[in-house]
Design a protein around this ligand. Structure first.
Ligand code: FMN
Length: 191
């Protein structure tokens, strides 16, 4: 096996190694609403659960190349609310399109004709047809790293789900390195 001493390694190589080995990463497809009422939708795969009591999730959101905040973070800071939609294969291509950099005045939901349904406790809507979604309020934002990243911690206030998801995760999408994704098709249950 090769080894990289991080203190001497190139950043590009370090990032590549992390992107390709911390896999598969779950995808938080996040809906937010700007202070002006524009619905934003974008995917984030540096995402996971922290604890279940209270239910806390985190998403790590970087800055744009020009150093400005991404719309998702700006909206969360302004409104304190967001919804995490779970992505299945049906939504894979649409989800990737919403990862494009649009101006704050443009809504991904409108541009890509993505249907939404209202949430129950927060303003950002849910993507219609997803198998699960978490309505969240902002708990805390930690600024970590050299970039720095905004590690957004959300407290889940409502969970939407289809019954089948309790027994099977088939169809849910994970991110791999580069532009590769995986769709859960195999499950091994140990007793
Ligand atoms: C599958 C996927 C996963 C992504 N994960 C992240 C991530 O974890 N953190 C991040 O900052 N950007 C991530 N991005 C890039 C953002 O989605 C992209 O910067 C997007 O334009 C942000 O949109 P916004 O400005 O509307 O918030 C990801 C993109 C894709 C397609």
């Amino acid at each position: 096996m090769k080894v990289v001493d991080v203190s001497k390694g190139k950043q590009k190589e370090i990032s590549k190694l992390i992107f390709n080995t911390v896999v598969p990463r779950p995808i938080a497809w996040i809906t937010t609403v700007s202070a002006d009422g524009i619905v934003n939708l974008a995917p984030f795969s540096f995402y996971n659960a922290i604890t279940t009591k209270p239910p806390l999730l985190f998403v790590s959101i970087g800055k744009r190349k020009d150093g400005t905040e991404k719309d998702t973070v700006r909206n969360i800071k302004e409104t304190g609310e967001f919804v995490i939609n779970v992505v299945t294969e049906t939504f894979l291509e649409e989800m990737v399109k919403t990862g494009e950099d649009l101006s704050p005045e443009e809504s991904e939901v409108e541009k890509f004709n993505i249907e939404t349904v209202p949430s129950t406790k927060v303003k950002p809507p849910i993507v219609k047809g997803v198998p699960a979604a978490f309505e969240c309020t902002l708990k805390e934002i930690l600024e970590i790293g050299d970039t720095p990243m905004n590690v957004v911690i959300g407290e889940v206030v409502a969970i939407h789900y289809i019954e089948e998801i309790i027994n099977s995760s088939k169809g849910i999408v994970g991110r791999l390195g580069g532009k590769r994704y995986t769709v859960i098709s195999d499950e091994v249950e140990l007793r």
